[in-house]
Design a protein around this ligand. Structure first.
Ligand SMILES: Nc1ncnc2c1ncn2[C@@H]1O[C@H](COP(=O)(O)OP(=O)(O)OP(=O)(O)O)[C@@H](O)[C@H]1O
Length: 224
């Protein structure tokens, strides 16, 4: 597996308090990871740092084979890394308009947008919600729409902050079922979750954030 993102000595502090100092974080291309840790271990902060939403210092960094400076957040990562919030914010327009939003912002031609949005909605199993308003959606539908909205931008790295923590039963399974097809299309995925709801997907690598360090754990072999 070729490396997608490598960070040496990634450090984050809030005031005097150092939250983490990670010797080495290696994220391979087309690979899924779960990031576990106790409440307050820093999982969300680490994802936000990797997504450029929080600043942090790194001694050395490389993305997609190029050495980069990590601070300020590198331009090469801006369009290639997408963070998906635990409670995705939706505009009060249609589902289709929400998924199209990032493509419109990038100036993609309308016809192309319509085709990409159709594909993404079919992939996420939300085509029937195309013209629905977002206020009435369930938590599971919102997560799948947020994944479609991210996928349509063809990121190289997707950061999912507790994507299933508020879901159970079929809604949880529907969200989890989308993850393998993300990595199959070449994207890497890092999902923050708690140890207790460890996501059991085949081939997913485990990273545990504990005491400000990352421990790499053995892979899970069970299928979700
Ligand atoms: N902007 C901030 N300023 C100061 N402290 C912060 C800030 N953001 C987070 N923290 C602190 O950093 C620590 C880690 O928070 P974070 O949300 O990253 O943890 P987490 O592992 O995602 O927790 P949880 O599992 O509860 O969601 C917490 O103690 C939190 O209070």
């Amino acid at each position: 597996m070729s490396p997608l993102l490598t960070l040496h000595h990634l450090r984050k502090s809030f005031g005097e308090r150092q939250l983490f100092d990670i010797d080495l974080l290696n994220i391979a291309a087309g690979t899924a990871y779960v990031l576990t840790g106790l409440n307050g271990a820093g999982k969300s902060t680490l994802l936000r740092v990797l997504g450029g939403l929080e600043s942090a210092e790194a001694e050395a960094a490389a993305f997609a084979g190029e050495a980069v400076r990590f601070s300020p957040y590198p331009q090469a990562m801006r369009e290639s890394v997408i963070y998906v919030h635990q409670h995705p914010v939706m505009f009060s327009t249609s589902v289709a308009a929400n998924i199209a939003y990032g493509l419109v912002a990038r100036g993609v031609p309308r016809q192309r947008i319509d085709a990409l949005v159709d594909d993404a909605m079919a992939w996420a199993g939300v085509a029937h919600l195309r013209d629905s308003r977002t206020q009435t959606l369930s938590g599971g539908e919102k997560q799948r729409i947020a994944l479609a909205r991210a996928k349509v931008l063809q990121p190289r790295l997707l950061l999912l902050d507790e994507p299933t923590s508020n879901l159970d039963g079929a809604a949880r399974e529907q969200v989890l079922a989308l993850i393998p097809s993300l990595t199959a299309s070449g994207a890497s995925v890092i999902m923050a979750c708690h140890d207790r709801d460890l996501i059991a997907l085949r081939g997913v690598h485990r990273l545990k954030l504990s005491g400000g360090r990352i421990q790499v754990r053995a892979q899970r072999s069970r299928v979700a």
